[in-house]
Ligand binder design. Structure first.
Ligand code: ADP
Ligand code: ZN
Length: 670
């Protein structure tokens, strides 16, 4: 988009700076610059590349002239509106937002990389949608035809045919020369979805995810820009794909926390999808069997239209869920009871019938704790304030936060007795126990430790899909959208691991995890069964999971959120510091608290904000860095942002070491 050039321009520099800078445009470069052009500018004795983000009307006589300009524009007006929204909402420097979301294409014709390998699975597209699906599709088509922003929440139970809806509505969009973005939590965990899209839309798909090399990313990006890919499938950053004529954005498994970026620009791709939909006039579908509380709340606020698929396709029943209370009265020194009688019997039965079972335990390694029985000593990571996880197969103690490991000591470091004992269970221990119990069964394990090697995840999923594996034990990776029709048993070995997290979202995340993993059972012709073992059978989260009652859970959880004053009733703003020097980190967060206190005393509107902390984060030291945070609860974004604006007037305070990171709508408070 070109505009009449002025004599001055605003330039965003890709550094952690909140302001933009004025430069003069020499007459010979006037026709070389448009919104989104890259320019070389003098900056504090350096020459830096920046982006043109504005054309100020007034003159700036003291502004220095730019040195060079590259006429090509790296973003459209629409894209820039989106980037600016992100910069405002997440209090992120605009230069960094641009840098993080617009890959700088080095050449117009990047070398052709190896093509993305779509998984080869089996899929036959259903010949027709069922009545429920047809109703939902009709409403979506109607909205698509309006050619304006229409946001929906598609709440469909597991196996209700949501993916078929995505495929159908995108077919409609393509017929109308429109394009589409489909966001999924993790590309490597969604081979089936990829395969289905590839089958329906051969050669029209670009795949964007974090595992791409720079060259691959450039290649895909150029392909999209040239209009050679009409559908972009990808993880959260795919929401920035340079598609023209965007008709549909799908956010599949919209509740998934991986849509939130936890570094640099701390955006949530679901939010960006809604804002982009608004700017591009697109249809936005947030799909899930367990919608986030935020999205469901937005339905009641009339910000999203609710669509539901309440039944599984072909009237397949949802699996029956049984709760098994575990014995709380055992001493910790007794060996853990991994399988209750009912779970053991169910496993036996499943193997006998040549069906498959999935076991979930959201904790990798052999055991989470090594303990000295004589003196109580527990080895901790020297860099992180956390205990080390025991890995027996490799004879290591591993830190899950910095990945450093050491071999398992024979004697206690403190009292030198040979009385070290492993406590608790992890996936490796369950796997070992399964081998003992079922020596003839084919058992595999899926967690971040077993899938680190390239292709191992792919191999593992393929083997399970080909029924070369009888029992698959794994962490939450297992719970995601997989569709294995021969799985008739899902066992949750210990549901309490996620319930015990010191986070207000723990019940929500546990409910989601249980419902999702239960949803892997009985997806084919044979009905499914789910057995959940827990020390807290009375927790409300189980009651609703057992009855497949998302709305019931939503209502009860919402009352607790309201009582405790948490989202979706209020907005959270988290200020975080991570620094190797404890005193510096502490001093800095304390002076931030003082500044906030001062603003509160001067501005009666900001005085209503609630401030928690400053305090050490629950993980008070990780990777050699001390962690502090200060949490602000605000009744609205506007008020929180008013505080931020006020604070950021003193920009250097935030950007100088120890840096203060601002996390708007934080998902992770640990
Ligand atoms: P979800 O995305 O809600 O979990 P899927 O779209 O994966 O559900 O559908 C679950 C299974 O049912 C898939 O194997 C799919 O091919 C099949 N399916 C979906 N819609 C229909 C239909 N109308 N008739 C028959 N089978 C269907
Ligand atoms: Zn560590």
């Amino acid at each position: 988009m070109t505009r009449l050039p002025d004599t001055w321009i605003d330039v965003a520099i890709p550094l952690p700076l909140y302001q933009t800078f004025h430069y003069k445009l020499p007459p010979d470069l006037i026709n070389h610059v448009t919104l989104g052009s890259r320019v070389l500018v003098p900056f504090k004795n350096r020459k830096l590349l920046g982006f043109v983000v504005g054309f100020p009307k007034e003159g700036f006589p003291k502004a220095k002239p730019i040195l060079e300009a590259c006429p090509e524009s790296f973003f459209s007006k629409e894209k820039f509106d989106l980037l600016q929204w992100i910069s405002n909402h997440y209090a992120a420097p605009i230069g960094e937002v641009i840098k993080a979301t617009v890959p700088l294409l080095k050449s117009k014709n990047p070398k052709k990389p190896k093509p993305f390998l779509f998984p080869k699975l089996s899929y036959t597209r259903p010949t027709a949608l069922n009545e429920d699906q047809k109703k939902v599709l009709a409403l979506l088509v109607q909205a698509l035809n309006k050619k304006e922003f229409s946001p929906f929440l598609l709440h469909g139970v597991t196996g209700s045919g949501k993916t078929e809806i995505y495929l159908s509505i995108i077919e409609h969009a393509i017929q109308k020369q429109k394009t589409a973005i489909v966001l999924v939590p993790e590309i490597s965990l969604t081979p089936q979805l990829l395969f289905r899209f590839q089958t329906v839309f051969p050669n029209q798909i670009a795949v964007l995810h974090s595992g791409l090399s720079q060259n691959q990313r450039h290649y895909e990006w150029t392909k999209i820009q040239a209009g050679k890919a009409l559908i972009v499938l990808g993880a959260r950053s795919a929401i920035f794909a340079p598609l023209q004529n965007l008709g549909v954005i799908v956010v599949d498994e919209e509740h998934d926390t991986s849509f939130k970026q936890e570094e640099k620009i701390r955006y949530h791709a679901r939010n960006i999808a809604l804002v982009r939909g608004q700017i591009d006039g697109a249809l936005v579908i947030l799909g899930s069997a367990t919608p986030s509380l935020e999205s469901m709340f937005n339905v009641t606020q009339k910000k999203l239209t609710y669509l539901s698929l309440p039944n599984r396709v072909q009237n397949r029943p949802l699996p029956k869920i049984e709760l098994i209370p575990l014995n709380q009265n055992k001493t910790i020194l007794e060996p853990p009871q991994i399988f209750s009688k009912p779970l053991l019997n169910a496993l036996q039965e499943t193997l006998h019938k040549k069906e498959q079972a999935i076991l979930l335990l959201n904790r990798r390694g052999y055991a989470p704790v090594l303990l000295c029985q004589s003196c109580g000593y527990v080895p901790k990571c020297p860099h992180c304030n956390v205990g080390l996880t025991v890995y027996l197969k490799t004879n290591r103690l591993l830190c899950h936060y910095c990945n450093q490991s050491q071999s398992i000591p024979k004697t206690c470091k403190d009292c030198e007795h040979e009385t070290l004992l492993t406590l608790g269970i992890g996936t490796e221990r369950v796997e070992a126990e399964l081998h003992t119990l079922f020596p003839d069964a084919r058992i595999d394990r899926m967690d971040r430790s077993s899938t680190r090697k390239k292709n191992s995840l792919h191999r593992l999923l393929k083997d399970f899909s080909d029924q070369k594996t009888d029992i698959l034990i794994g962490t939450q990776m297992l719970a995601k959208g997989h569709d294995f029709p021969n799985v008739t048993l899902v066992g949750v070995v210990l549901a309490d691991t996620s319930l015990n997290f010191p986070d207000f979202r723990a019940p929500e995340q546990t409910f989601q995890l249980l419902t999702q993993v239960a949803g892997r059972s009985g997806r084919g012709q044979k009905p499914g069964r789910v057995i959940i073992q827990t020390f807290h059978p009375d927790h409300y989260c189980f009651k609703y999971a057992q009855n497949h009652d998302f709305l019931g859970f939503y209502k009860e959880e919402l009352t607790y959120r309201q009582m405790a004053n948490y989202p979706p009733y209020i907005k959270l703003f988290n200020f975080k510091i991570r620094h190797p020097n404890l005193l510096k980190a502490k001093t800095k967060i304390e002076s931030l608290a003082k500044k906030i206190q001062k603003i509160r005393s001067q501005d009666p509107q900001i005085a209503v904000l609630e401030v928690l902390g400053p305090a050490p984060a629950p993980f008070s030291k990780l990777q050699g860095q001390y962690r502090f945070h200060l949490l602000v609860k605000s009744p609205s974004y506007a008020l929180g942002q008013r505080l931020l604006k006020n604070l950021l007037q003193e920009e250097a305070f935030f950007t100088s070491s120890p840096k203060i990171h601002i996390d708007v709508d934080p998902l992770n408070l640990l």
